[in-house]
Write a protein that binds this ligand. Structure first.
Ligand code: SF4
Ligand code: SF4
Length: 499
């Protein structure tokens, strides 16, 4: 294990916010009505294979499109298809399969051909299991197989980075994901990936506060040169591909493109556990562990829930009563606001954060030492004060004010651009080559500039607006790619065939 913690310039290590999820997992139970999006995770929407009135079994494939990059979708409960209709899901029209559950049937259909001793399987069988389980759709670029599950082929992958950094204010707990037997399953999942992508070096990047866990993994994998375990400072946004790749591989990242474009597959811990479960237990991707976090909840903990469970089933009894709450998906800084609780959880959910709405104006909030407020500006006084869990609400750092040129946003920006300057151009509608020259396309939309700004200017929103306007004007972001990048991608993809 490398003991020196690598890092990057900029970024920010958050304090501990209130109502972190406890290290317990509560079983959510089966929903009355499962709502299964036919588009989940990486790739295109699958075509429905069932119709209204059909009886389905949990684990049965109900949507699949082998001819485009996608992964099969499964019924997460046994029951009867009540309806298939298109609804707006995360701003995209997506077909949903509504299944009325038969709650007496709790088991699920296992995948054909799985093996507890996966070493007996051929590589093509492993690829088929990963594809037909839906696991190949996980994370930002999917897992490459001989099917159309990613933009690159397994043999083209040069590096695999598995990460459990936890640099967000709220994170799913590594102790929950890797407790007891699950740690051994996780390591088997890593070994399976190592066989699947034989030309790739494998790195496991863990939170630097989890030294004991890193040491335990090193002890178990001690004779295996294929795995390098690295601990990293939990500095936000270290978990982003654009930060992980340069930090771990010392390799530049072509901003605006994906890790797969440079032969890197980035996966999280839960994805690797799902790899093990698909190949060794025949389990399709019908369940997720989700961390429920934040002071808008009566109790913060983890749940194990079936995919397709409506948010109302999960949140109605758990949200604090009488408190106006904003619910966001996966990230306090960049998460999508969840408003329609009839919509379901899918394979991409890992955290649900509930924040009390706070639109109160606070007198001189920006000069407070940060006793209960997360404050980017550290004063000598604040270092002498005791540390408390920080307040998390929708007004995390004070009321809107004009820019005071403090440069906090420039300092914190992990890609070293100048948000305050770019913001001024975009706000004045000066959408031209100046934005390109100041590298607006390098912005990874991490939201940190907005978070640290004492004037509460929504800088990240302006960065996105500037990029969108440039693209609308016909500007080509590939001009930002340095000429030595040999981008991999769908054009180079060979060997896709029917499952
Ligand atoms: S949102 Fe963009 S500009 Fe703001 S800190 Fe993140 S990368 Fe930098
Ligand atoms: S952090 Fe806010 S106030 Fe400070 S320079 Fe940036 S935009 Fe201006």
């Amino acid at each position: 294990m490398k003991s020196k913690q690598r890092s990057f310039k900029g970024g920010y290590i958050f304090g501990r916010f209130e109502n972190q999820p406890k290290d317990i997992v509560s079983e959510q139970g089966m929903p009355e009505l499962a709502v299964i999006p036919l588009s989940q995770g990486f790739g295109s929407e699958a075509a429905p294979l069932v119709k209204k009135g059909d009886k389905v079994e949990a684990g049965q494939i109900i949507g699949r499109s082998d001819s485009v990059i996608s992964s099969p979708v499964h019924a997460s409960v046994s029951g009867v298809v009540e309806e298939i209709k298109s609804v707006s899901y995360f701003r995209r029209d997506t077909r949903m399969v509504y299944i009325r559950a038969d709650k007496s049937k709790k088991d699920y259909r296992r995948l054909d051909g799985y093996a507890k001793d996966w070493r007996k399987l051929k590589v093509e069988d492993i690829e088929r299991l990963l594809y037909s389980s839906g696991v190949s759709s996980l994370d930002r670029e999917g897992i490459p197989t001989r099917f159309k599950s990613s933009i690159i082929a397994p043999n083209d992958v040069e590096n695999i980075i598995v990460h459990g950094i936890g640099s967000e204010p709220y994170n799913i707990s590594l102790d929950v994901l890797l407790s007891g037997k699950k740690l051994l399953n996780f390591i088997e999942g890593l070994r399976i990936l190592n066989v699947l992508m034989p030309n790739a070096k494998m790195y496991l990047a863990l939170n630097g506060r989890k030294i004991k866990l890193a040491e335990e993994i090193c002890k178990i994998t001690t004779k295996h040169a294929w795995l390098k375990v690295i601990t990293l400072e939990p500095k936000y946004p270290q978990g982003y591909d654009e930060m992980l790749v340069p930090t771990i591989l010392g390799k530049k990242f072509p901003f605006g493109y994906s890790a797969a474009n440079i032969g890197v597959v980035v996966l999280n811990i839960q994805a690797v556990i799902s790899v093990y479960e698909a190949v060794c237990e025949g389990k399709p991707l019908i369940e997720r562990i989700i961390a429920l976090c934040g002071p808008g909840l009566k109790e913060a903990l983890h749940i194990n829930t079936r995919v397709g469970t409506p948010l109302s089933d999960i949140l109605d009894s758990r949200l604090r009563q009488g408190v106006k709450t904003r619910v966001v998906l996966n990230s306090l800084l960049t998460g999508e606001k969840l408003t329609d609780f009839f919509l379901p959880v899918d394979r991409t959910f890992s955290q649900i954060v509930a924040l009390p709405d706070n639109d109160r104006r606070e007198f001189l909030s920006f000069v407070r030492p940060g006793l209960r407020r997360q404050s980017y500006s550290r004063t000598f006084l604040s270092s002498l004060l005791p540390s408390f869990d920080k307040i998390a609400d929708t007004n995390v750092h004070g009321e809107a004010r004009p820019c005071i040129s403090c440069n906090y946003c420039d300092e914190a920006c992990p890609v070293q651009i100048m948000p305050h300057l770019l913001y001024k151009y975009v706000k004045s509608n000066l959408i031209d080559e100046r934005l390109m020259n100041y590298q607006i396309f390098h912005c990874i939309e991490c939201g940190l500039c907005s978070f640290v700004c004492p004037s509460k200017i929504p800088l990240a929103r302006h960065m996105k607006e500037g990029k969108d306007k440039l693209v609308m004007q016909g500007c080509d972001k590939s001009q930002c790619i340095l000429p030595y990048f040999d981008l991999k991608g769908i054009e180079e993809y060979r060997g896709a065939k029917e499952a």
